[in-house]
Design a binder for this molecule. Structure first.
Ligand SMILES: NC(=O)c1ccc[n+]([C@@H]2O[C@H](COP(=O)([O-])OP(=O)(O)OC[C@H]3O[C@@H](n4cnc5c(N)ncnc54)[C@H](OP(=O)(O)O)[C@@H]3O)[C@@H](O)[C@H]2O)c1
Length: 248
């Protein structure tokens, strides 16, 4: 599967799963627009590494996806960066625990804004450019918990459920020129906090799925790569990459 020369915008690409995704896409020949918000230094370092290792074009764009005007600017700059766009990967996300009774309106609004509204606004703004790619591709990184929510993460799970609904809605609106799918990762990378809490997370996550271990960012990258380069006959799908957690 090759993406030679394809122009791909990856949001939240500076670190963690987003950086792994960017690395996998660059390794398969994509030209990348790496979006970041607070992690500009990491994004610039990643861009330098990807240019050096994969001899591919790589630019960095900064935007706070909670701010619609910045989302609009990101879309304009992304479409201009390489004179068009072939694919959008909505990976950026806010992931915050709010035991029932503690979530504020601001907590809810932030997660809905970054995890669901921004992907829709980006897709709307970039649809004309993506349609010229015939087919353009959008991959939304959701979460298995968008279908089976946790009690203590209501705003996050609701935002990922919204992203899954948006995936189907956009697949209908944009067919056949743009194909829109979602990937639903299970646990693939422990929380950035690290330490004992991360180790507990890993053990509990491994026990809870059918495969008996946590996955890796590369598992998410493989699914995204397949949706971008492996088939032009899938749209409106949500692919679990969760070791069977959804049915466990
Ligand atoms: N990690 C897992 O095991 C797991 C499991 C299920 C689903 N997922 C999904 O997979 C994706 C990647 O996971 P991850 O753990 O790598 O994500 P993450 O580290 O929690 O977040 C990814 C990036 O989102 C960006 N972001 C957050 N708020 C933003 C804002 N207001 N504006 C713009 N960007 C913002 C951040 O960019 P900056 O650092 O530049 O600010 C951050 O680096 C997410 O969609 C997540 O929900 C992950």
């Amino acid at each position: 599967m090759r993406l030679d020369g394809k122009r791909v915008l990856v949001t939240g690409a500076a670190k963690r799963v987003g950086a792994a995704l960017a690395g996998a896409l660059a390794a398969h020949g994509a030209r990348l627009i790496l979006h970041c918000n607070r992690s500009r230094r990491e994004a610039e370092a990643l861009a330098r590494r990807l240019r050096a290792v994969h001899k591919t074009d790589c630019v960095v764009l900064v935007a706070d996806l909670a701010e619609p005007r910045q989302v609009a600017r990101l879309a304009r700059e992304a479409a201009r960066a390489f004179g068009g766009l072939d694919a959008l990967v909505n990976n950026a996300s806010v992931y915050a625990k709010h035991p029932f009774g503690t979530a504020t309106a601001a907590d809810f609004d932030l997660q809905m804004a970054v995890n669901a509204r921004a992907p829709l606004l980006l897709a709307q703004a970039l649809a004309p450019a993506l349609a010229r790619a015939r087919p353009g591709k959008i991959v939304n990184i959701a979460d298995w918990s968008g279908q089976r929510p946790y009690a203590d993460w209501a705003p996050y799970c609701a935002s990922k459920a919204a992203l899954l609904a948006l995936t189907q809605s956009m697949a209908k609106a944009l067919a056949p020129k743009v194909l829109v799918n979602a990937v639903m990762p299970g646990p693939v990378l422990e929380p950035a906090s690290g330490g004992a809490a991360a180790r507990r997370w890993k053990r509990a996550a491994a026990r809870a799925n059918l495969v008996g271990r946590v996955g890796a960012p590369a598992d998410v990258s493989a699914a995204v790569l397949f949706l971008l380069a492996g088939s032009d006959f899938i749209t409106g799908a949500a692919v679990p990459v969760d070791g069977g957690r959804l049915i466990a």
